[in-house]
Design a protein around this ligand. Structure first.
Ligand SMILES: Nc1ncnc2c1ncn2[C@@H]1O[C@H](COP(=O)(O)OP(=O)(O)OP(=O)(O)O)[C@@H](O)[C@H]1O
Ligand SMILES: [Mg+2]
Length: 365
């Protein structure tokens, strides 16, 4: 149950958002589980892909065998690397895995060009370091060290965006499961990972890719590719459920309109794949037209409708919101979007497509 305190949190972590489900699963889970795990593999899979009969919500939409392989990887002595196009729920899946296995998804390193080793392994409290020298008190453990001490899954987001030498600082941790802290004397200078520790990393195939990662580090991970949702009905249902939940949290009292969402999801899919719903070719976009983007556009459409006019968002709101998604990293995309609205949309039948076509002038430029 969400507490009053949680109500003010913009996005509670998975283990808080679904605390009741996790508790229920733990209480009824009698299957064998790997050492250090809070759930068996079977129960962890149910948590992630859902079990409507048992009141467990579906959280990740995808191939259940991907979840099985991901969980098995986390039980081995290799890390797990989730690779894929942007917005395919790699981060969400890593969060759900950490919540299921360790009950905590917050041991997270956010990779980026400025990530340093101290943010991964450990740093120092400089006031204490100056006052009393290196000691366990002055040591500030970063997520990897904390995960090793606690026996928990650590998330490493966007690992390939880190400088290569920083990426490689986890090599010996993954292979030997030990971290040396040479500044500390005696036994405290060696930390052995407890059972349950592992690393789940994510990497975006559009950013600096995994091919730049060192061969040594690649060998220490099992790779799993996360694909976009293949079929329309499933993607529509996901966008509807996510947008409905986000709008409710944002204080919007009108549910998103199904016909508007249909238009939105179809538009995203066609512009993502460059293939129309009837199989004909069309001009795709180079911007990311992911499911995650579709959810955030659906959210924005609902916000516009409600807070500007006191009703559910409509097709004109879709056009207004699409411009901000489409023109992000390629100015030609705005022209592509305009051609889509002018040339493809009139070929489609239905009142909502006509409304989308009529709103095409709302595109800027
Ligand atoms: N297969 C899916 N199952 C559930 N939610 C999905 C799925 N695909 C996309 N989503 C939506 O996308 C959101 C998650 O996006 P997330 O940030 O995890 O993607 P990502 O792959 O990490 O993207 P990026 O590469 O930009 O970091 C979810 O909250 C959900 O709304
Ligand atoms: Mg991500």
């Amino acid at each position: 149950m969400a507490t009053t305190h949680d109500d003010a949190i913009q996005r509670p972590p998975a283990e808080r958002r679904w605390a009741a489900e996790l508790e229920r699963l733990r209480a009824t889970d009698s299957a064998d589980r790997p050492p250090g795990w809070q759930l068996s593999l079977v129960a962890a899979r149910r948590f992630i892909i859902g079990d409507p009969g048992a009141g467990i919500e579906r959280k990740f939409v995808g191939d259940p065998s991907l979840i099985d392989r991901a969980l098995v990887s986390l039980a081995t002595n290799r890390g797990l690397l989730l690779v894929g196009e942007p917005g395919t729920a790699k981060s969400l899946l890593s969060e759900l895995l950490a919540a299921a296995v360790s009950g905590d998804s917050t041991l997270t390193v956010q990779g980026g060009a400025a990530t340093t080793e101290d943010q991964i392994r450990y740093g120092w409290n400089y006031a204490l370091l100056v006052a009393e020298g290196p000691s366990e008190r002055s040591l500030v453990p970063a997520p990897i060290l904390r995960g090793m001490q606690r026996g928990a899954v650590v998330r490493f987001e966007e690992i390939t965006r880190c400088p290569l030498e920083v990426q490689d600082s986890i090599l010996s941790i993954l292979s030997d499961r030990v971290m040396a802290i040479p500044e500390l004397p005696g036994e405290s200078g060696t930390v052995f990972a407890r059972d349950g520790f592992n690393v789940v990393a994510t990497a975006n195939s559009r950013d600096r890719g995994v091919n730049e990662m060192s061969a040594a580090l690649k060998r220490r991970f099992n790779f799993e590719t996360v694909f976009p949702i293949p079929d329309f009905a499933t993607e529509l249902a996901l966008v509807e459920a996510e947008a409905t939940a986000l709008l409710a949290r944002s204080g919007v009292r009108a549910a998103p309109r199904r016909d508007v969402l249909e238009v939105l999801v179809t538009t995203f899919r066609e512009l993502r794949t460059g293939v129309s719903e009837h199989g004909g070719p069309l001009e795709g976009m180079s911007s990311v037209m992911s499911t995650a983007e579709a959810v955030s556009v659906a959210h924005a459409v609902g916000l516009r409708g409600w807070f500007l006019r006191g009703e559910a968002g409509d097709e004109a709101d879709v056009v207004e919101c699409l411009a901000g998604t489409a023109a992000k990293d390629d100015a030609d995309d705005l022209a592509r979007l305009r051609r889509y609205l002018e040339q493809q949309v009139p070929r489609k039948r239905g009142r909502h497509w006509r409304a989308l076509h009529d709103a095409r002038h709302a595109l800027p430029g």
